[in-house]
Design a binder for this molecule. Sequence first.
Ligand SMILES: Cc1ncc(COP(=O)(O)O)c(C=O)c1O
Length: 343
Amino acid sequence: MSTTETNANIAATTTFGKVPTDHMFIAEYKNGKWNEGTLTRFQHISLSPFALCFHYGQTVFEGMKAFRMKDGQVNVFRPLKNFERMNLSLERMCMPPLSEELFMHGVSEMVKADKKFIDEDEESSLYIRPLVIATEERIGVKVSDEYLFIVMCSPAKKYFANPIKVKVETEFTRAAEGGTGFAKCGGNYGAAYYPTHLAHLQGYDQVIWTDGQNHEYMEESGTMNVIFVVDGTLITPALSGTILEGITRDSILTLARKNGMKVEERRVSVKEIQDAFESGKKVEACGVGTVAVVAPIEQIDINGKKYTPFTGDNSQMAKMKRQLLEIRLGIQKDENGWNYMVK
Ligand SMILES: Cc1ncc(COP(=O)(O)O)c(C=O)c1O
C-alpha cells in the first residue's frame, strides 16, 4: 500500500492521479537531439529492464494545472515557470534540456486534446504531468544517451478533504546543501516515503522537513512549500537550494505583497514558530503547492507539543487562496499575466 493511500484525509471524491485522460504526448531524444514529438492515444510504453531510469534515478517530472474559465476558455497556470524549473532539474540530473517550443507544444497539445476532462465545479482542473526518463539500455552507472519526454494528464479535484495535521520532522532529512532538494527528480520523493509513512502511522497527514544540518530551520512539506502568517506578517523559508522553488509559493507571495502584507522570505527557525504559539500570537500555517493549492494546517506538532494554527475563511491565507482561484477562473483580473490561454 502506498503512503498516500494510508492517509485518510485525501478527499474521498478525488480521482487524482488514478485516471489518465485519453491522450499522451511523447518525444524521443537520440543521437544528441529531441525529435518533434507526437500526440497519441494514452497507452503503455515498452522499455527494456536494462533502461537506465529503472536503476540510477535519472527521472525528472513537473506538475501544473489547466483551468476552465467562467467564459469557457481554458488556461494553463504559469507553464513557463514549470518549463524553467524542469530544465533546472534536468541540468542537475545531467539530462538534456528541453526547448521551450517542445515543452509548450506537448503541454498545449494535451490540453487541447483532453480539456473535456475539466469538470464544471470551481475546484476542478486538469493536472498536467510532464516527465523525462533515461531509456538507454545499459546496466552500468552512466549518464544515459537516450531519453523520453512524456506529457500525461489526469482530472483533478480538491485534494485534502479537511485542514491537515503535520509534524515538524527532526530525525529524518529530505535534502542537504549541495544536494538535489531544488530539483523535481524522482529520488527526492522516494526518499521521503519512509519518514512520511511513519508520520501517517502517528496520525499526521504530512511532515514539515527541517534543515539537514541541525534540524533547526523549517524547510517544506511533502509536495508543498510552507507559509506562516504571524500577527499579520507572512513568513516563509527562503529559497536556499534545499527546497523546491514552488510556483504556488511565488504566486501567493506576489498576491500578499500586492495586498500590502509584510512578506519575509528568510530562514524560519522551528523555535521562532514555537515561541510565537507559546506567546499567544495569531499564527496561520499552510502548505502551498499545485496539487493541494493552499492546504490549511489545523494542528502542528513541534518537539512533541501540539499547537493549533488559526484556520477558516477569515484567515489571510484562505482569502489569498480565493483570490488565486478567481484569477485562474477569470473572475478577477489576471494582472500578472499568469493565465496561459490555450486556443
Ligand atoms: C517538494 C515540493 N515542494 C513544493 C512543491 C510546490 O511547488 P508548486 O507550487 O510549483 O507545485 C512541490 C510540488 O510541485 C513539491 O514537490
